[in-house]
Design a protein around this ligand. Structure first.
Ligand code: UGA
Length: 459
């Protein structure tokens, strides 16, 4: 099929590349000449495993082309997928790019000779596709919906595994204006072996928010329990969570084997959730609830717990060092999660700010964050080139991401560079790692005075 993708951000480019790799003729459009030039040279404007390989392969095969000219990209096209950004914190959603895209698609549909389905991929609150996008396409094309198709097709990609997620989806949700529109989308995903759910436009919009709100709720639940365990001598959140996970409704038995669904990873304590999706989407849903006079205290609490968590973890560092004034803390991990270079709403940055407020000097290291990226986020003064440099004469290290490199690190050598060998594990990533003798290890979610939590291992 001929597919036009408007917007080459994270969602648009991954979607375009993956659909092209399944044999579709995909044309990606973006207003930025620089971005298009970069993609044309086979480079992705952000880090995503496997993406550049597909970009290069599909451009070489002719299945994928990139342009700044929407008219060229829409010639003969059967589907346009709108994947532009909707900036904002969730409280206010800036729909200007979405509106521009819808209007321009409408203008190009004026003289289209074939049936074309306009599809929204961007995350938008219920009613946006029907009331805003549809109205603009109708106005600019002079054609009534029905003569062109309209769909809402949310994405469920995780950063760092987006290509893998797209290629092996657990579901394809097709919100459709009518069956004819939905049938075209069904054909687009024909080669993907998963359930395809045909729903209303509004149900598709809500399914996206519901999915992210559930993940955020699970994380805040785990973090609230971690804080409760931290206040309970003798309690360990990992043990409590292990017990909880074994409920057969969460971890069923099949053929005598325990199944451990991936969703349970969201029921592990940490430093709070971040990124460009979970916080923004929960906030957007709260705003939507408020505007519709629907009480949503659970969603309010999810965000309140999340805002508290970085403070609680920074307070652990303060307690471990007996005060942070003049102390140096090495913050290991800065992105919102390991394996990405994305600093948006990173809870690690919230921990950093809390440490500074408490008087600490902070150095940060994250294998995926370059000096330029740190500088762009206003964090250059904290930047260290390596784990060694961050830890040099530090009073404590605070781990904020589940980076497997932390498990493999030579802690004997690393701790020897520090002034005091204090390790605060914000994600309990080193819980089962043998640490050298003398290491003062503080996992999250364990109760009792801090000295009781110290664990020592002989190497
Ligand atoms: C999330 C969803 O997982 C995707 O399904 C969705 O498509 C995407 O948002 C989106 O809306 O585009 P993503 O933001 O890439 O994906 O990241 P996650 O892996 O879900 O992690 C989100 C945050 O929660 C991170 O800060 C992560 O560290 C944190 N987290 C995750 C935890 O604190 N604990 C966990 O157990 C899991």
């Amino acid at each position: 099929m001929i597919v036009t993708i408007v917007g080459t951000g994270y969602v648009g480019l991954v979607t375009g590349a993956c659909l092209a790799s399944r044999g579709h003729d995909v044309r990606c459009v973006d207003v930025s000449e620089d971005r298009i030039g970069l993609i044309r040279s086979g480079k992705a404007p952000f880090y995503e495993p496997g993406l550049e390989d597909i970009l290069q392969r599909c451009q070489a095969s002719g299945n994928l082309s990139v342009t700044t000219d929407l008219a060229t990209a829409m010639r003969g096209s059967q589907i346009s997928l709108i994947a532009v950004g909707t900036p904002g914190d969730g409280e206010h959603q800036d729909l200007s790019y979405l509106k521009t895209a819808a209007g321009q698609i409408g203008m190009n549909l004026k003289n289209a000779s074939n049936y074309h389905v306009v599809t929204v991929k961007s995350t938008v609150v219920p009613g946006t596709t029907r009331n805003i996008v549809n109205a603009l396409v109708e106005e600019k094309s002079g054609v009534k919906a029905g003569e062109f198709g309209l769909c809402m097709n949310p994405e469920f990609l995780r950063e760092g595994s987006a290509v893998e997620d797209f290629m092996n989806p657990d579901r394809v949700v097709i919100g459709e204006l009518d069956a004819k529109s939905g049938a075209v989308m069904e054909a687009l995903y024909d080669s993907f072996d998963c359930e395809k759910l045909h729903v209303s436009l509004e149900e598709a919009e809500l399914t996206k928010y519901a999915s992210n709100a559930l993940l955020a709720t699970l994380i805040s639940f785990a973090n609230e329990l971690a804080a409760l365990c931290e206040a309970t001598p003798g309690a360990d959140v990992e043990t409590v969570m292990d017990g909880l996970h074994l409920d057969h409704r969460l971890s069923p038995m099949a053929d005598g084997k325990r199944i451990r669904p991936a969703i349970l990873t969201y029921l592990r304590a940490g430093i709070g959730f971040g990124g460009s999706c979970l916080p923004k989407d929960v906030n957007a849903l709260r705003t939507y609830a408020r505007r519709n006079q629907v009480p949503a205290p659970l969603l309010d609490a999810v965000m309140a717990t999340n805002a508290r968590r970085p403070e609680q973890v920074a307070a652990m560092a303060e307690a471990a060092l007996g005060g942070l004034a003049g102390k140096t803390v090495a913050l290991l991990g800065l992105a919102f999660k390991a394996g990405t270079d994305d600093l948006r709403s990173s809870p690690a940055i919230a921990v950093l700010q809390s440490l500074i407020k408490r008087g600490a000097k902070v150095r940060t290291y994250d294998a995926f964050i370059t000096r330029a990226a740190a500088a762009a986020a206003g964090l250059e003064s904290f930047f260290a080139e390596s784990m060694e440099a961050a830890l040099e004469q530090a009073d404590a290290a605070l781990l904020t991401t589940v980076d497997s490199a932390f498990r493999q690190a030579d802690w004997k050598r690393l701790l020897s560079r520090m002034r005091t060998p204090v390790l605060i594990d914000g994600r309990n990533v080193l819980r089962n790692v043998r640490l050298p003798e003398g290491a003062r290890y503080y996992p999250i979610g364990q109760g009792g005075p801090l000295h009781e939590m110290e664990r020592q291992w002989a190497v």
